[in-house]
Design a protein around this ligand. Structure first.
Ligand code: NAD
Length: 257
């Protein structure tokens, strides 16, 4: 089985890591469903450009991954799902006593519960064809913790747990489920944290990147969206058919510390 001709749904894929993964899968010949919660001309133009570049079908489907019904409708509307990449995610940083309840709920819904809904819808489709790949984009924060990221760390640890259960429920059926745990990747999600860190530490941007953001990452280098796309493509290949229920860290040595 090759990736070419398969249908891949990548949640939260109009920017950053999701866009990189979608591009890598399209480059390997998969038909791709791009997703976010908006429905703009740019969203559809992104899909059209990716389709032209890789000569595959690329559709944009709007679905708010904080809503269970939207998550389920996304897979239903796609009509097929051989490869499911649960990537949508948001971040908020605050100490527990001040952590806004609405932010906690949104992070748990988007970063964890959405993957339960999409997986529930995708598994019957994968079982019918006897082949499937589920890749959950967790984080180094799915394996370790940092202060002030309670909801994110809890959701990502939960996503690693869901990954293991999904793998056990599908073992031997031609379906695998794994989690990728990236360290820092310079995407809009990380960009958004930089101004606050510059203020808190009274540092310029370059110093914050090196001394604060990449402090936990021994390589002191960001992982790239291309590297994550390549890791997903590998997990979707036949070489990875017996890799299931595990995590792959792409974190410059963070979790080796
Ligand atoms: P990003 O902000 O660049 O992209 C997030 C994507 O999710 C966007 O396309 C956004 O539109 C979409 N999204 C947000 N809320 C949504 C919703 N309610 N419904 C549907 N789509 C929604 O972020 P990123 O850095 O590319 O992160 C992607 C994933 O990788 C996240 O799960 C994140 O936790 C994880 N991750 C990121 C890093 C990093 O350093 N950037 C590290 C580890 C893990």
């Amino acid at each position: 089985m090759t990736i070419a001709g398969k249908t891949a749904i990548v949640t939260g894929s109009t920017s950053g890591i999701g866009l990189g993964i979608a591009g890598a899968l399209a480059g390997a010949g998969a038909h791709v469903v791009l997703n976010s919660f908006t429905d703009t001309a740019e969203d559809h133009a992104l899909a059209a450009a990716m389709a032209r570049r890789h000569a595959v079908s690329v559709r944009y489907i709007r679905a708010d991954m904080s809503k269970g019904d939207d998550c389920r409708a996304l897979v239903e509307q796609a009509g097929a799902c051989d490869i499911l990449v649960n990537n949508a995610g948001i971040q908020h940083v605050a100490p527990i006593p001040e952590f806004p309840v609405a932010k906690w709920d949104a992070i748990l819904a988007i970063n964890l519960t959405s993957a339960f809904h999409t997986t529930a819808m995708a598994l019957p489709m994968m079982r019918r064809s006897g082949w499937g790949r589920i890749v959950n984009i967790a984080s180094a924060h799915g394996l370790t913790a940092s202060p002030f990221k309670s909801a994110y760390v809890a959701a990502k640890h939960g996503l690693v747990g869901l990954t293991k259960v999904t793998a056990l429920e599908t073992a031997g059926e031609g379906i695998t489920c794994n989690a990728i745990c990236p360290g820092y990747v310079l995407t809009p999600l990380v960009e958004a944290q930089i101004p606050e860190q510059m203020k808190v530490h009274n540092m310029d941007r370059e110093t914050v990147l090196r001394e604060v953001i990449l402090d936990r990452q021994p390589s002191r280098q960001f992982a790239t969206t291309e590297q994550l796309g390549g890791t997903v493509t590998f997990l979707c290949s036949e070489h990875a058919a017996q890799i299931t229920g595990t995590t792959i860290s792409v974190d410059g040595g963070w979790t080796a510390l």
